[in-house]
Design a protein around this ligand. Sequence first.
Ligand SMILES: [Zn+2]
Ligand SMILES: [Zn+2]
Length: 271
Amino acid sequence: MAVANCSGQNMNSQHFDLDTSWSMLVQHHPTPVIEIGGMLGTQLLTFWLPAACFTICDLLAWPTLQRYKIQPANKQPDPTSIARDAFLGSLSNQLLTTTLHALQLLLFHVILRRPELGYSVAPSLPSLGVFARDFVLCMVAREVIYYYAHRVLHHPLFYTRFHRQHHRFRTPVAMATLYAHPVEHIVTNILPIAWPARLFNVHIVTLWAFVGAVGLKAALAHSGYRLWETPDGWKPEVHDLHHELMTVNYGLIGLMDRVHGTRATEKPKKK
Ligand SMILES: [Zn+2]
Ligand SMILES: [Zn+2]
């Protein structure tokens, strides 16, 4: 397919827009390389970079910044737990994510030769309206899947085996965001993003944007710092409270917690 047909633009023209650049990228590089490269780049920029910055602050423990910590200094994890356990735990789950993505590409592109079963790497970028619709669909679907999966993980049958590892950090730090049992990582961190993206056939660029937003928000939610509150009531204190109390805030955007009455934005006052 000629680039001019994909983008509706004449390649001879000097006008070199985003859609044309994307079409050329798709035409000149193998889909698996684009998918893995884009996904890893997104995760590095939106999760690992902010998590590394927060970790430097945690390890140096500057008194000026400690004032903004949600939980007191005597509850903060020790530097070894942060630098070794949290980092290695998160890194191993990042490797698991990338390995599963590579295996999915191998299955669909090489073994089955059915690339259409994977994510959509269409040569045209989605319109702004389609991008916004798919982003919201992914966000709501992820909230529903994540909420129920997370509540199941808190059931006594599953908590000790699969979820206790993530709750080891009752005072969360950004580097411990992905510190979780591999089963929990697949069920709550990978599938609630991968399934909706495939179900709604969202464009890979939309998926990257969604993964980027999710990664950044997860790092902020686990940072342990008082930062800011969004108009819908989200703030790092919300997930921090889940780590501390373990009976509230099972969801991510507050939607399902409001439905089930498990939302809390402040610690209950002691009677
Ligand atoms: Zn958490
Ligand atoms: Zn939990």
